[in-house]
Design a protein around this ligand. Structure first.
Ligand code: SAH
Length: 203
């Protein structure tokens, strides 16, 4: 998976490649799809949600430009796979999941694998996690039509926010917004297809 789907397609950050190499992805997916755990595609994880394709996890992680001292906030824990990739690269990862069933599953597997630098919360990631702000990097693994304002406020100056930007069921672009003088400097990358961010943002 790492050689054919990631390195060959241009993922260069050796730390990201090593983190994904080390992680047993099959433990993060339900039994029925375990045989496909290392395939080049997203997979269902229950509750109409999906674990992202390995390449997308890799590119999003690489775009975060993580330093070994960074504090990261993830919105959409899902299976916990992306969380576990991040937790190998930085000392502290905070992750919020809106669906309790998925959050419980992620909590179990992350504990089994021995991660001690991850804090999980069940709730609407729209509000972020102000008690632990500011974050050096924020990753959303569900799509929204705009950058959620409260998350933007919790990003430190110079920090990076990565998200799929786009209306529901329309094409979304993976974007990186860097905070420069308080304002977003936006770059966009590949077209992607993510589940929508639910909760308060849809009201
Ligand atoms: N990173 C995950 C991807 C999961 S898909 C993985 O690798 O498995 C996106 C996840 O975002 C879903 O689990 C969904 O329930 C969650 N989500 C959607 N809206 C949310 C919100 N407002 N707050 C927190 N999580 C949310």
């Amino acid at each position: 998976m790492v050689e054919r789907q990631l390195r060959w397609r241009g993922i260069k950050d050796e730390r990201v490649l090593a983190a994904m190499q080390a992680l047993p992805r099959h433990l993060f997916v339900p039994d029925q799809v375990r045989a496909f755990a290392y395939d080049d595609r997203p997979l269902p994880i229950g509750s109409d949600q999906t674990i992202s394709q390995p390449y997308i996890v890799a590119i999003m992680t690489e775009l975060l430009e993580l330093k070994p001292t960074d504090k990261v906030l993830e919105i959409g824990t899902g299976s916990g796979y992306q969380t576990a990739v991040l937790a190998q690269l930085v000392p502290a990862v905070f992750s919020i999941e809106i669906l309790p069933g998925l959050a419980e599953g992620a909590k179990k597997i992350l504990a089994t694998l021995g991660f001690k630098n991850i804090e999980l919360k069940i709730g609407d990631g729209f509000y972020g996690w102000p008690e632990h702000a500011p974050f050096d990097a924020i990753l959303l693994t569900a799509a929204a039509a705009r950058i959620p304002e409260l998350l933007w406020r919790q990003l430190r100056e110079g920090g990076r926010l990565i998200m799929p930007l786009g209306e529901e069921r329309q094409t979304q672009k993976l974007i990186r917004a860097r905070k420069v003088g308080g304002e977003p400097v936006i770059e966009d990358f590949s077209e992607v297809l993510f589940v929508p961010l639910r909760g308060a943002i849809q009201k």
